[in-house]
Ligand binder design. Structure first.
Ligand code: FAD
Ligand code: NAD
Length: 468
């Protein structure tokens, strides 16, 4: 059918797919985007970044009213939680965002195709939707099918008491005791939400420290902060089983060192042990699209898979599973397909954990530089010396800058503290531009702002911080 011929078919409408589709259409390509779910926006908008941040914000306000207003001289009466309203607000934000994407598609003339997409050889996608099957063809196909929660052997999800992040974003009541398996990003963000709303939270982590991959000094500090907030963190815990009875769940775990067997009884269990690429029913094997040992679609530098004209981006390929990484890859491949110079600087992808305080990083950790034998200089500055942090009542935190010992180029930055996610942006730009610590140190920073902490840390690289 002439109508079903495109320049580009994108499979998946998450932040990778929908952004890729719009950018390609802006560049003059005729584009279709295929989505199997009822709403567009993928994991990020529907059950990921957006609903989790809505609940993190609401629960942080609830906790602040309960615990943090007194020091400002603000007395409040008894605080009451209306969880249903908090959830309604979250749903409203999700609805606003997901309903915006069809409008963006319309404005940019992206054809919105609903149904499950399967690749039937180079250039062909068979879409199975409510109205049956439809065959689309195109010069190029971009796979942006994302990821799903990884299961844990011995622990079966029941959607009720043993759950993934999706259900933990919509509990109808505050669990009395929530056990979280995995002290990664999801475990600590959602553990924080439910802890603030009143749950006892126990986090069981397999490794010896929380937040694997994070700069070790920041991870240690984070562990102390979360423990002080009342989150119980057990490391070196290999979870083996979760037995559901009528009202409780008994989680069985083994001490990694020593092997002692333990159990903990709780009301709900959130399993957050990572996510895995989603390629169900996509037809990879039949079409000859290679995947690696972890199920991720293999791509070259230009995002091309092992099948000519088929590309892949986002969570379904290697790299950090982050919405902005997926989107930037989407823009890059759209520009490459349109004959432009699209690219992503993988050393300058920020990562932000939206706990309180936030944790943000970009570039390499101290441990990575040491292991690679790169000579570096380190600058550090604490939040508790900064006037704005004092005014906010957020004195806990640290900015750590790692710069090349000879050239001074910034190689990494790690921040734990209020609004770390906003503070990191300056260093992301510095890395992208190849700037040195000296360049950032010579930049005027407004007073009194938290950004002055970044400047002091950068000055500290050459031991010339003014307020240290
Ligand atoms: P996805 O967003 O997963 O989208 C893939 C889409 O493809 C889905 O809509 C799916 O239905 C569709 N699809 C799959 N197969 C087919 C098929 N065969 N045919 C048609 N459609 C198909 N990242 C951040 O950067 N910041 C955050 O704060 C953040 N918070 C998160 C919180 C949670 C609780 C979770 C779970 C994740 C979070 N993430 C966050 C990660 C982020 O959601 C992902 O990195 C991002 O969504 C990946 O985008 P994507 O486009 O690759 O895939
Ligand atoms: P993660 O990889 O961040 O953390 C998983 C944790 O589970 C790790 O600490 C790991 O050591 C631990 N673990 C693994 N197996 C275990 C076991 N058997 N017992 C106990 N612990 C075990 O994964 P996640 O938290 O599930 O998040 C998935 C992805 O979603 C991440 O890659 C993250 O980038 C993305 N995400 C990002 C954000 C954000 O950017 N703010 C928020 C949520 C999710």
């Amino acid at each position: 059918m002439a109508d079903d011929r495109y320049d580009l078919i994108v499979i998946g409408s998450g932040p990778g797919g929908y952004v890729c589709a719009i950018r390609a259409a802006q560049l003059g390509l005729r584009v279709a985007c295929v989505e199997k779910d009822k709403t567009l926006g993928g994991t990020c908008l529907n059950v990921g970044c957006i609903p989790s941040k809505a609940l993190l914000e609401s629960s942080e306000r609830y906790a602040a009213v309960e615990h943090a207003l007194g020091e400002h001289g603000v007395e409040v009466g008894k605080v009451r939680l209306d969880l249903a309203k908090m959830m309604e607000r979250k749903r409203g934000i999700v609805d606003d965002l997901v309903s915006g994407i069809p409008m963006l598609f319309k404005k940019n003339r992206v054809v919105d195709v609903r149904g499950h997409g399967r690749i039937d050889g180079a250039g062909t996608v068979v879409v199975t939707g409510e109205d049956g099957e439809r065959t689309l063809s195109a010069d190029a196909i971009v796979i942006a099918t994302g990821s799903e929660p990884a299961p844990l052997r011995g622990v079966d999800f029941d959607g009720e008491r043993v759950v993934t992040s999706t259900e933990a974003l919509s509990f109808e009541e505050v669990p009395g005791h929530l056990v979280v398996v995995g002290a990664g990003v999801i475990g600590l963000e959602l553990g924080s939400v439910w802890r603030r709303l009143g749950s006892k939270v126990t986090v069981l982590e397999y490794l010896d420290e929380i937040l694997p991959g994070t700069d070790a000094e920041i991870a240690r500090l984070a562990r102390k902060v979360f423990t002080d907030q009342g989150i119980e963190i057990v490391t070196g815990a290999a979870v083996q089983s979760a037995k559901v009875s009528r009202k409780k769940v008994t989680v069985g775990w083994k001490e990694r060192e020593g092997g002692a067997e333990r159990t903990v009884s709780c009301d709900r269990v959130l399993v957050a042990v990572g996510r895995r690429p989603f390629t169900d029913g996509l037809g990879c094997d039949e079409a000859g699209i290679e995947r690696d040992e972890r199920g991720r679609i293999r791509v070259g530098e230009d995002y091309q898979t092992s099948l000519d004209g088929v590309y892949a981006i986002g969570d379904v390929i290697a790299g950090p599973m982050l919405a902005h990484k997926a989107s930037d890859e989407g823009i890059a491949i759209a520009e490459l397909l349109a004959g432009q110079q699209g690219h992503v600087t993988y050393d300058a992808i920020p990562s932000v954990i939206y706990t309180h305080p936030e944790i943000a990083s970009v570039g390499r950790t101290q441990e990575q530089l040491e292991e690679a034998g790169v000579a570096f200089k380190r600058g550090r500055y604490k939040f508790n010396h900064n006037g704005r942090a004092m005014a906010l009542g957020d004195r806990t935190g640290l900015v750590k800058i790692l710069a090349h010992a000879e050239t001074g180029r910034i190689l990494g930055a790690h921040v734990l503290g209020a609004r770390a996610g906003d503070l990191i942006a300056e260093i992301v730009l510095a890395i992208e531009m190849g700037a040195t610590a000296e360049d950032v140190a010579r930049t005027v920073h407004a007073h009194p702002t938290l950004s002055e902490i970044v400047r002091e840390a950068v000055l500290d690289v050459d031991r010339r911080s003014i307020h240290q």
